[in-house]
Design a protein around this ligand. Sequence first.
Ligand code: NAD
Length: 477
Amino acid sequence: MSSTFTGETRAFIAGQWVTTSNTFAVTNPFDGAQVARVADCDASHAQTALEASVAAFTWWSKTTAYERSALLKKWHALMLRDEQEIARMIALEMGKPVSEALGEVRYAAGFIEWYAEEAKRVYGETIPSQFAHKRLFAIRQPVGAVYAVTPWNFPAAMVTRKLAPALAAGCTMILKPAEQSPLTALKLAQLWLEAGGHGDVFQVITTNDPIGVSKIMMQDERIRKITFTGSTEVGKILTKQAADTLKRVSMELGGHAPYLIFADADLEQAVKDVIACKFRNAGQTCVCTNRVYVQRDIVAAFTEKLGAAVAALKIGDPLETSTQIGPVVDQAGLEKVIRHVSDAVSKGATIVTGGKVEQGLIFQPTVLGNVSSNMLVLQEETFGPVAPIIAFDTESEAISAANNTPFGLAAYIWTKDISRAVRVAESLEYGIIGLNDAVPSTVQAPFGGVKQSGYGREGGHWGLEEYLFVKYVSLGI
Ligand code: NAD
């Protein structure tokens, strides 16, 4: 597959494709080659985008749900038309294997389709009144102009998971994509225009200065909502900034997912599931398991099988369709993985397979045995292809180990015992539970965390409610 990039590199502000005097490089993590140079917007661009977004809200919010739905459907069809091109773009800008990136594009497009349908179901309520001379109504209206900040690990899906419900609800949105992966976001804006979307309703501000651009958005009370996906650290900064103007806040933050495998598990399936959960996107998803707890009776057999299966994963160029493990996104990401593995080994962990840098930014898919709670891998999000295995004896021990983290995004359980499945699912302090399911996320279901993994939900009707407020109307008759 060709590694030449020919797509859009200008920012998309107030309906215009904008060039800037400064640009920043987007680099292919596989070979370090420059993919493109992208417009580097500053505070003045941010101000222009903000004014356009606020002005557009006045008319966009008054369009009918049917008009918005029709537009979203066209946009969805165009995204699927160009799915191969977008998948390749994702592989180029952040190193996700292209076959997996195609799955992301379809998942991302699925949000647009789902919210195109759901736009028509923003129902209100009538409330029986205690007064004979009054009629009471609750209606739901869009919150206003929204600022969205997204991470690099899902350049399409993290965007549409916010954008589709926001537009369906009647909000306008300014998107600031991650500096590592702005190209897919710009492609989505191109398709929005082609579908007939208005350039003030959805804008993309590319920048290498997220702090300066965000400051403009966060201090202005006319931006009524901030929706953020990324690290817990940055999420806290934006939440504090949002307090000054009391913006609505949705935070999809970091995770530290445990995978609890009980002795009655289907071992072959559990191995496949842990691989699907841990090694996709080279371990760089917020719901990738970081800690695999295995009941002691089966830990040796499970470790051996997992080690053999992981050693067989195909490492290589993300543009090759057969590649299963590509590079991590950048040097800082690689260094974190190396630090976590060497810390674990220095404290007594064994390397079952992998453990080293393969080439460039590719870290070998790794399984660690004999892992204990004093190791960094069990404390911080590794965001790399490393599966640490920890033995446990009892159900209650596994639950308390799983909950012993400030994070609460996703947790996984493998058991055939339905009573235990329900008990454990109810006891885990997480927003998402995969019960004999390694990839629970889907467009119609709620996605989001508790504790320091954030608040708010994306997906399903919950995702739409994040962009609506309830207005109560009392009518005297
Ligand atoms: P990050 O927090 O470093 O960056 C995310 C975004 O925030 C980027 O667009 C970046 O430019 C911007 N940003 C950085 N500093 C900022 C500041 N001070 N003010 C405003 N914007 C700022 O995260 P990342 O490294 O891109 O992504 C990885 C993290 O995202 C992981 O912790 C992962 O778990 C999390 N994540 C969570 C979910 C979820 O749904 N919960 C999904 C994907 C990723």
